[in-house]
Design a protein around this ligand. Structure first.
Ligand code: ARG
Length: 460
């Protein structure tokens, strides 16, 4: 496998300091003019762009180019099964927004625009902030999605929340965040780093985070588990590249496919790992793999996710329908003379793979631009954040003749914006929680702690 960006083959490394490649700009402008009704040829525009790059190292997209570029980047996203809708992407032009507080305000606006709870609307939106310009550092968002749940590691080693974000959570705590260590669905604040290295943490207002409580259409006890998930998957750490210009901060969202939540986030062994608990509550025989208790629990968990999102009016697709739509997309793109690059290992759903059409064929693999790239440092920041520069080690107060060297100045950490999300009561009132707490007094009972204990007593 040698296509950049596929599985183990890294994408071409990005150098933020090098000027825009004029040929890549020209190629994009040709594409733009060939697909859009622009009324004119690309030649003039390309000549002007080449001059602009020669003079400044970069060039500014027109709004129409920006919109087209972002939509085509989605069309080219080889890991996305939901690309049929690429033309409907709402593009917010925020290229002038650079100050961290304004960036945060716009990210909140993004969430409110993309997910409108009262109107039962979720629509695909991208917010495009300032482009990279050679020699001009831009603001960085550490979070890998606009909404994510913390992973709180407790003193006894257990984790409450999403284990994937334990290190990220710990780093934010070093920056002064506290969070709600007993809440398994504790929304992380956004960590915004200004070009001077100053980091500020911003709590998302509660009304901007649409969450859905997970219940089951038949199993009444399911609601007692106190599960929920957010409605809007908004990837925040991929670089958008259009015609040689890079937009390091361009968060975008679509809507969920149920399996992302029910067969991965809530089910993966190293995430919420809920299958043992659900199998137990379903009364399944978990003593041997051959009862397929994991598969049966997986189906019920996924039914619960889809049913709950439907009840809440939060748009979500199921893997069978989305598979059909993707194949329709492939067919219509091919009719337009455009092969659809796709990564089989991402397109095929994580459950019931062979019952979906996308399983039964292969796809061309190609690294096409405009596109979205996850750079290694952005991935790292999204998993771990960046620890504050440690305070300088204590020095002997007696001068021993040598000239004191200047101490490195610790990076300033501004005061936190006060949290505006009130404590959520759902875990505390869950009947399962109440009985477990009563049985083992004196110990901290996080929700995932209980889960882990149950899991281990079942030998899983
Ligand atoms: N799989 C990721 C998650 O579960 C979200 C990726 C984007 N998904 C989407 N439907 N647009 O959070």
């Amino acid at each position: 496998m040698s296509v950049p960006g596929y599985r183990d083959t890294p994408a071409r490394p990005w150098d933020a300091h090098s000027p825009v490649d004029p040929d890549e700009a020209a190629e994009f402008l040709e594409l733009f003019h060939s697909e859009q009704e622009t009324g004119g040829g690309a030649r003039e525009r390309i000549a002007r762009v080449r001059d602009e790059i020669a003079a400044t190292g970069t060039y500014a997209h027109t709004y129409a180019e920006l919109v087209f570029g972002a939509r085509v980047a989605w069309r080219n996203a080889s890991r996305c099964i939901g690309r049929l809708y690429w033309r409907s992407l709402v593009v917010r032009d925020l290229r002038k927004v650079t100050a961290p507080a304004e960036v945060f305000d716009e990210l909140v606006r993004h969430l409110r625009l993309a997910g409108q709870r009262e109107r039962h609307v979720i629509r695909p939106v991208i917010s495009i902030f300032a482009p990279n310009a050679p020699g001009r550092p831009t603001v960085r968002l550490w979070n890998d999605q606009l909404v994510r749940y913390a992973g709180h590691r407790h003193a006894d080693g257990t984790v409450v929340g999403d284990p994937r974000y334990v290190q990220f959570t710990e780093t934010l705590q070093q920056h002064g965040w506290r969070g709600k260590p007993d809440d398994p669905f504790d929304v992380l604040p956004l960590a915004i780093e200004a070009p001077d290295g100053t980091v500020s943490l911003h709590e998302l207002p509660e009304d901007a985070v649409w969450e859905v409580s997970i219940e089951h259409p038949e199993q009444r006890w399911f609601a007692e588990l106190g599960l929920r998930w957010y409605a809007l998957p908004a990837i925040a750490n991929m670089r958008l590249t259009i015609g040689g210009v890079d937009y390091p901060l361009a968060p975008f969202n679509g809507w969920y496919m149920g399996t992302e939540i029910g067969a991965r986030n809530l089910a993966d062994h190293d995430r919420y790992n809920l299958l043992p608990l659900i199998a137990h509550r379903l009364g399944l025989d978990t003593s041997t793999e051959r009862t397929l208790w994991k598969d049966r629990a997986l189906v019920e968990l996924n039914r619960a996710v889809l049913w709950s999102f439907d009840q809440a009016g939060a748009r979500i697709s199921d893997h069978h329908t989305e598979s059909e739509r993707f194949l329709a997309h492939v067919a219509s793109e091919e009719r337009s003379g455009r092969p659809v690059p796709a990564d089989w290992s991402w397109i095929v759903p994580p459950m019931s793979a062979s019952t979906t059409g996308v399983f039964h064929r292969y796809y061309p693999e190609a690294d096409q631009r405009p596109g979205f790239y996850l750079d290694p440092d952005a991935r790292e920041l999204g998993r771990r954040g960046r620890s504050p520069v440690p305070a300088p080690a204590a020095r002997c107060p007696v001068a021993h003749g040598e000239r004191p060297s200047p101490l490195p100045r610790p990076r300033p950490v501004p005061a936190l914006i006060p949290p505006v999300r009130p404590a959520t009561p759902d875990v505390a009132v869950a009947p399962v929680a109440a009985s477990d707490v009563a049985q083992v007094p004196g110990q901290r009972r996080g929700w995932l702690t209980r889960l882990r204990r149950r899991s281990s007593s079942m030998g899983v």
